[in-house]
Design a protein around this ligand. Structure first.
Ligand code: GDP
Ligand code: MG
Length: 163
């Protein structure tokens, strides 16, 4: 069975880097600067023997006249409603922010399945941030590095039974 996985989280946590890794191509722009990508982007994801549709909630990076938070909420809700599984990404190096807590609250109420990933955790970086993420109440944070391809087997292990 195929399923849809939506990657959500505040800007700059590494959503597009993870999207590109799952899709295996650089469909999404990765940038240090906000404002490079638009809306929701879809691709064919693969992880081991799993095949699925992956959505990058790219529009969060857009600077619009309405508030970032309002835009984040609308895009997240759209992605969540279209997805069977939500992959919620935080930046383990930064730790949990107010925006992360705001997202977590939406996801707890709205999403069917949430996988919490603490990204940028290559090496020993982000240990504290990943621990903090337990406090979001979304289960065990998976320590991953989208850039270095680390921790993807843990995502696989959680996805496999849902597929
Ligand atoms: P998005 O705004 O959430 O889509 O984030 P991007 O994928 O555009 O990445 C934002 C920045 O974080 C870029 O400079 C990426 O190179 C960097 N980044 C993404 N994943 C990792 C990671 O696993 N480790 C580190 N150190 N940097 C990362
Ligand atoms: Mg992006």
């Amino acid at each position: 069975m195929s399923f849809t996985l939506a990657i959500v989280g505040r800007p700059n946590v590494g959503k597009s880097t993870l999207f590109n890794r799952l899709v295996g191509r650089k469909l999404a722009l990765v940038d240090d600067q906000p404002g490079v990508t638009r809306d929701l982007r879809e691709g064919q994801g693969r992880l081991g023997d799993l095949r699925f549709i992956v959505i990058d909630s790219a529009g969060l990076e857009m600077a619009e006249d309405d508030s970032l938070q309002g835009r984040m909420r609308r895009l997240t809700e759209r992605a969540v409603d279209e997805a069977d599984v939500v992959l919620f990404v935080i930046d383990a190096r930064v730790g949990v922010t107010a925006a992360d807590e705001y997202f977590a609250d939406i996801l707890r109420r709205r999403a069917r399945h949430v996988i919490l990933a603490a990204n940028k955790a290559e090496g020993r970086a982000g240990e504290a941030g990943a621990l903090e993420a337990y406090g979001l109440g979304l289960g065990e944070p998976l320590r991953i590095s989208a850039e270095h391809g680390e921790g993807l087997e843990d995502i696989y292990a959680v996805l496999k039974p849902l597929a």
